[in-house]
Design a protein around this ligand. Structure first.
Ligand SMILES: NC(=O)c1ccc[n+]([C@@H]2O[C@H](COP(=O)([O-])OP(=O)(O)OC[C@H]3O[C@@H](n4cnc5c(N)ncnc54)[C@H](OP(=O)(O)O)[C@@H]3O)[C@@H](O)[C@H]2O)c1
Length: 346
């Protein structure tokens, strides 16, 4: 079977590298275009020597300038691993040429452009495509994703929070105004660009909260709980932390049950029923750890009731289920391939 070439714009970042790695073990996709905005597009092997000797027939070794016509001539789908504003520049040009787009940035995640502008500090410039973009959480919107030309790949923190909370809101088990999401991410969540607070001296052997009460993912989590959880009054207190490790997200989530009689078995039963046939969600009897999910596309969930509170623990890898793995899951659906293709190999 001939492979389907796809483009990666922004291949020199962490989500770009992760996509290349995933496509190398994908049964049907290959990389047709590595698009860089640098004046002299680099060799991807020079950027990431771990790719040396592994690309033959599966990806070019050199990045190329981003040429929308040439990409459309060779690729059916493009992954945008770019800053939000750059994604808003390239997505319309690719969509107009018939290329399907999976955007890993936040450019098309928030439905209301005013909420986007407030969270991201710049105006939304592509309202036309924002209106038809599908929020790409397959466990909640599989059929819409299959028919979409533009998928907004969810944020890393919102993916774990939504998968933990939506089934419980739908089942009417927790109070939507009572939710606290206490989350921690490895440093790759902030991207590859050098930042002083991410150096080993600052972040290593350390642990810190950031973005308390004003993190950009808070409105995204609330939007999903409203739209998919059906909880109009959802309010989330979201506190992210920086973990001194490379990759992984662990979220401990607290909520008040609607009835005092709610037991651990009730909450776990809702999880088990919601995710019985989901290939990438595992419901655990014990709280998961990051090691259980690193370098996999899985989300591990556990729920219990302690002292009258529902406590949920969700773990995922920010670069796979939180970004590039989920992007492949979405692309598989958009291209009519098996949803798990290329994602279950160990
Ligand atoms: N890291 C995560 O865990 C994660 C999770 C979910 C979503 N995301 C989102 O995914 C996107 C990519 O994240 P990342 O972590 O891969 O970022 P990154 O490591 O900083 O990489 C960004 C990529 O975009 C390129 N780029 C920067 N400015 C550009 C421009 N104006 N035009 C074209 N290319 C440009 C960079 O190229 P150069 O090498 O030339 O700078 C690089 O290839 C971001 O929007 C991020 O918010 C990230």
């Amino acid at each position: 079977m001939s492979r389907i070439p796809v483009a990666i714009l922004g291949p020199t970042g962490y989500t770009g590298l992760e996509l290349i790695e995933l496509i190398l073990s994908h049964p049907t996709l290959s990389v047709g275009w590595l698009g860089s905005a640098r004046e002299n597009p680099p060799s991807i092997v020079a950027e990431f020597p771990r790719l040396a000797g592994r690309l033959a027939g599966m990806a070019p070794t050199m990045c190329a300038a981003i040429d929308h016509d040439a990409i459309a001539a060779s690729c059916r789908l493009a992954f945008l691993c770019l800053p939000h504003e750059a994604a808003m520049h390239h997505a319309p040009a690719l969509l107009a040429r018939g290329v399907k787009v999976v955007d890993l940035s936040a450019a098309y995640r928030l439905k209301d452009p005013a909420v986007y502008a407030k969270a991201y500090g710049h105006a939304h410039t592509d309202g036309a495509n924002l209106r038809h973009a599908v929020y790409g959480l397959p466990e909640l919107a599989r059929e819409q994703i299959r028919g979409a030309s533009l998928v907004a790949n969810p944020g890393c923190y919102p993916t774990a929070a939504a998968l933990a909370l939506v089934p419980l809101l739908r089942a009417g088990l927790i109070r939507p105004e009572s939710i606290i999401v206490n989350a921690a991410s490895g440093a790759s969540g902030a991207g590859r660009e050098a930042k002083p607070h991410l150096t080993m001296v600052e972040a290593g052997d350390n642990y810190s909260a950031y973005g308390i009460g004003n993190h950009r993912h808070q409105p995204e989590i609330e939007q999903t709980l409203r739209i998919s959880g059906g909880a109009a009054g959802s309010r989330v207190l979201f506190v992210p932390h920086l973990l001194p490790i490379a990759r992984g997200i662990l979220e401990t989530i607290y909520a008040e049950p609607i009835t005092a009689a709610t037991a651990t078995s009730d909450v776990q039963a809702v999880f088990k029923s919601a995710y019985a046939s989901e290939p990438f969600v595992v419901v655990r009897d014990e709280a998961p750890t990051l090691r259980d999910v690193q370098r996999t596309n899985m989300v591990h969930l556990n729920a219990r009731v302690v002292g009258g509170r529902v406590i949920l623990v969700a773990a995922e890898d920010n670069l796979t289920k939180g970004a590039s793995g989920q992007a492949i899951q979405n692309a598989n659906l958009m291209l009519g391939l098996p949803e798990t293709a290329g994602l279950l190999a160990g």
